[in-house]
Ligand binder design. Structure first.
Ligand code: GLU
Length: 286
């Protein structure tokens, strides 16, 4: 680590299962980019989902990353200025960001059930993996502005319809999406009192002064949403690099519930970290 390098990257796993080759691929790229820049790498445990995150998975992910040969300079057990790095211990910070967004009228309370949403979205959306939140369920502008507490209701970010969101991806080049068409009003706060992923990750990447986010290409749309949050908060966004997704032999994207390509399984089968790191998957530029 070069103490004067401004590069700050992060590994941000969610402990809802064991890490698989896809995670390893993304995290290895994040590690290599930080290392090549002589920068600092932060490990952040994204453990907000109370129902699905488990401490044993968090311990396993740290063990598996270390086994693979990764190291980081800040995070759980490393100390550093932003400890704790467990999102579940940073709720006050997220609430502060929720308040800033409320003061700016950037989001609104959304009491609709999933059923209401389904009813308002007409059938033609069938087959879409993610339907847009229906504009018909969006309240008049100003709703929720100046609220002091989120209360037991979901809050959604009001996207500027038709706004073109463009960013230069470090691997994929120019990425363009249109708010209100490619994605709709998205969740920023959940009625169970927790921030949604988009808010928590922006709040943390900003607080931890992350200069480059390396993540899987499944999060491309999330990046566009997050750029709107950065703009609403008047923060400079980091650079983004999206890594290609790893698929199994059948072409299906790896998921935590498929254990075949979990790092643990590969380790149990006698594969070494060197073999994994030398596989063609890990050799491409990003
Ligand atoms: N924690 C998220 C995940 O495991 C990734 C976070 C991010 O890169 O923003 O999918």
């Amino acid at each position: 680590m070069n103490p004067i390098s401004p590069y700050r990257g992060r590994l941000a796993p969610t402990p809802t299962g064991y890490l698989h080759l896809g995670h390893a691929r993304t995290f290895w790229s994040a590690y290599e980019r930080a290392r090549q820049a002589g920068g600092t790498l932060v490990l952040r445990d994204e453990d907000l989902d109370r129902d699905r995150c488990r401490p044993e998975y968090a311990a396993a992910m740290i063990e598996d990353l270390a086994w693979l040969g990764l190291s980081w300079q800040e995070g759980p057990d490393c100390g550093g200025p932003f400890a704790p790095y467990r999102q579940s211990e940073r709720i006050d910070w997220y609430l502060e960001i929720w308040r800033r967004l409320a003061a700016r009228g950037a989001m609104y309370p959304s009491p609709h059930s999933r059923k209401d949403v389904q009813l308002a979205v007409n059938a033609p959306q069938e087959g879409d993996s993610e339907s847009l939140f229906p504009v018909a369920l969006r309240p008049p502008s100003g709703t929720g502005q100046g609220a002091l507490e989120p209360g037991p209701v979901n809050w959604r970010f009001r996207v500027p319809d038709g706004l073109e969101v463009i960013f230069e991806d470090g691997a994929l080049g120019s990425i363009r999406s249109i708010a209100g068409q490619d994605f709709g009003d998205f969740l920023v706060w959940r009625k169970d009192g927790l921030p949604a992923y988009e808010l928590a990750v922006v709040a943390d990447d900003h607080a931890m002064q992350i200069t480059e986010v390396v993540r899987g290409a499944d999060l491309l749309t999330s990046t566009a949403r997050q750029l709107l949050l950065y703009a609403a908060l008047r923060w400079n966004p980091p650079q983004f690099v999206h890594c290609p997704l790893v698929r199994d032999a059948q072409g299906v994207r790896l998921a935590k519930r498929t254990h075949a390509l979990a790092l643990r399984t590969l380790k149990e089968q006698g594969r070494t970290p060197e073999e994994i790191r030398n596989s063609p998957l890990f050799q491409s530029e990003i």
